[in-house]
Design a protein around this ligand. Structure first.
Ligand code: HEM
Length: 149
């Protein structure tokens, strides 16, 4: 998993699970639910971000990058960002993505590790697979800024 290519991850995330599990979604999710609602609104997103933080701390591929980070602020800002990106009534007020990550020399492996942990955190919070895929898709445009490309 550590060497997983981003493209492979995305293709796997967007095609495989959707095809295999897409049919199941309709059993427990109303099609008109917005992504924000499927994530459990701001409270649900805050729970996902909290679990993501625990997973980051355990993950030796990326935890060194987070030493000294203000955890409460990180939690608040990432929650607002995911809330806004999922169509919720939040406004991300933190610093711009490129500026924040510019000095971190983030690799593809590290980017994928964070995406993988976010998916695991969503799994832990019983977020439907289709909603997981849709959130990851919303994050893809941030990739060049976070990788400083
Ligand atoms: C889709 C991927 C990512 C998203 C959406 C994202 C989002 C964010 C957001 C919203 C913040 C602001 C939090 C704050 O104000 O404290 C932030 C900060 C930060 N991010 Fe990311 N990030 C991503 C990937 C990564 C990766 C892969 C790493 C390192 C492996 C990383 C390391 C950090 C660190 C260390 C900070 C704190 C910077 C500081 O306080 O100066 N991020 N990120």
């Amino acid at each position: 998993m550590a060497n997983l290519n981003l493209k492979f991850l995305i293709v796997a995330l967007l095609s495989g699970p959707m095809l295999v599990l897409g049919g199941c979604q309709s059993l427990n999710t109303k099609p008109e639910d917005s992504l924000y609602q499927q994530l459990g609104e701001r409270e649900g997103i805050a729970n996902v971000v909290e679990d993501l933080l625990y997973l980051i701390v355990e993950d030796e591929r990326i935890n060194h990058q987070f030493k000294g980070v203000d955890v409460a602020q990180f939690h608040d800002n990432l929650t607002d960002q995911l809330c806004e990106l999922s169509g919720g009534p939040c406004t991300y007020t933190g610093r711009e993505m490129r500026e924040l990550h510019a000095d971190m020399a983030i690799t593809d492996t590290q980017f994928n590790a964070l995406a993988e942990n976010l998916i695991l955190a969503m799994e832990q919070n019983d977020i439907p697979t289709g909603a997981q895929n849709r959130l990851i898709k919303q994050l893809l445009p941030l990739y060049p800024d976070i990788r400083n490309l």
